[in-house]
Ligand binder design. Sequence first.
Ligand code: C2E
Ligand code: MG
Ligand code: MG
Ligand code: MG
Length: 289
Amino acid sequence: LQKPTANITLGFYSDDLDDGLQSRLKLEAELRTAVEQQQFYLVYQPQIDLSSDRVVGVEALLRWRHPQGESVPPFRFIPILEEMGLISPLGDWILAEACRQQRAWQLQGYTLRMAVNLSPAQFEQLDLPAKIQSIVQAAEVDPGQLELEITESLAMHNPEATIETLHRLRHMGFKIAIDDFGIGFSSLEYLLRFPLDTLKIDRAFVKDITRGRSDRAIVRALTSLCQGLGLTTIAEGVETQRQRDYIDALGATEIQGYLISPPLEPAALIQLIDNYATHAPTLSKACQE
Ligand code: C2E
Ligand code: MG
Ligand code: MG
Ligand code: MG
């Protein structure tokens, strides 16, 4: 906000700039209302274990139901909420809502690992581990079934502080995933020092996996490293069966992507799991016989 204002004062006025500023101010006002009136909701994308072909987890992803009707994707508003200082209270709600949903599913007989994304501003709160613990306890969710995702770039911003916070969260029993891995230039030294359970291979490496030798080499190196360290590897953004076959052959443990399903509302997710349950046992029975 500061830059355009300064430009206007200095006389570098243009209609374009004015339009940009106007729409930004409008968006900020709308977002303030959205937080007050709770116009957000979560969708859930399934994560498939490649060896059993079962849904073993879901990732909670934030959506904004704009009063004008459309559902707004997070890249259009999360960075702005961060700048406005509104992401931390919203982050508390995201965690509580994901836990509430997970508990509800569990009571219906569906035990699913729940992955929740943490934003940089959230991660910087000193009381984050205690806060997460109290939200999860209140929801009566097993911390071992909650996976906290931080991006590689967040983790590398202040690696020493990250390591300490991750240790605290892990002692409380939470699972830790490093998200969008491979594009942030982490050193291997840090990868070894972060206490992790899961590494999510960025979809940039999955995209050209059927074509590029170098992407295949990177994925193979990551999966064998993770195997050696006892980490789960999730390949993100798997869209085709051929990509899935390559990813499987290269040793990843799980996949997530449009091939399986886009993020879904709760009822649709349960329907997808039920479909898997009716198909998969038939297959494995056939294999045993
Ligand atoms: P992410 O955590 O890496 O989430 C995966 C993104 O990839 C999701 O986008 C998902 O819809 C998309 N995706 C999944 N499968 C495919 C595929 O096969 N192809 C393609 N092209 N895309 C696929 P989404 O929901 O738009 O979220 C984008 C990013 O916004 C997330 O990336 C995450 O960084 C952030 N985000 C989303 N929800 C939250 C949240 O609750 N809190 C925070 N702090 N960040 C969030
Ligand atoms: Mg994520
Ligand atoms: Mg990701
Ligand atoms: Mg990503």
